[in-house]
Design a protein around this ligand. Structure first.
Ligand SMILES: [Cu+2]
Length: 140
């Protein structure tokens, strides 16, 4: 029950994201989810787009703002597989192939994360600024 609701929300986000990034006319026929719109307050869905491997520009938005309890939707809009983990080891999203999305739930107040495949890819949940990629790195 809960996972189907989540999935419906995920589909809604993916559809909205595809519309925004491709300029694609999204006249996909009427599969409109009946779940409430995502919002703040710990029960919404927050999308983090993975757009490349360029250090802290690999994620949009970065930092991202989310509340404890929010679902984080990790959408791989890039052309290669990524594997996101929280720096503190609390979350391992697993491999995300191009075009796919994975979700996790924000349990604490946030923190920094990175890609285990491309270690220059760094991001922050609820940080004041995006983290600096580890140096030496071409994106430092
Ligand atoms: Cu990566």
């Amino acid at each position: 029950m809960k996972s189907s609701t989540l999935w419906a929300a995920a589909l809604a986000i993916v559809g909205a994201t595809a519309l925004g990034s491709c300029g694609d006319d999204s006249s996909h026929g009427g599969n409109s989810p009946t779940t409430p719109s995502p919002g703040t307050g710990g029960s919404g869905t927050v999308t983090i787009n993975i757009v490349g491997t360029q250090g802290n520009k690999a994620f949009v938005p970065n930092p991202v703002q989310a509340a404890a309890g929010d679902t984080l939707m990790w959408k791989n809009s890039d052309t290669v597989t990524h594997h996101i983990v929280m720096d503190d080891g609390s979350v391992d999203i697993g491999d995300i192939v191009p075009g796919a999305s994975r979700t996790s739930q924000l349990k604490g107040s946030g923190g920094n994360y990175h890609c285990t495949i491309h270690t220059s890819m760094v991001g922050s949940i609820n940080g004041a600024t995006a983290p600096t990629p580890p140096c030496p790195d071409i994106y430092c």
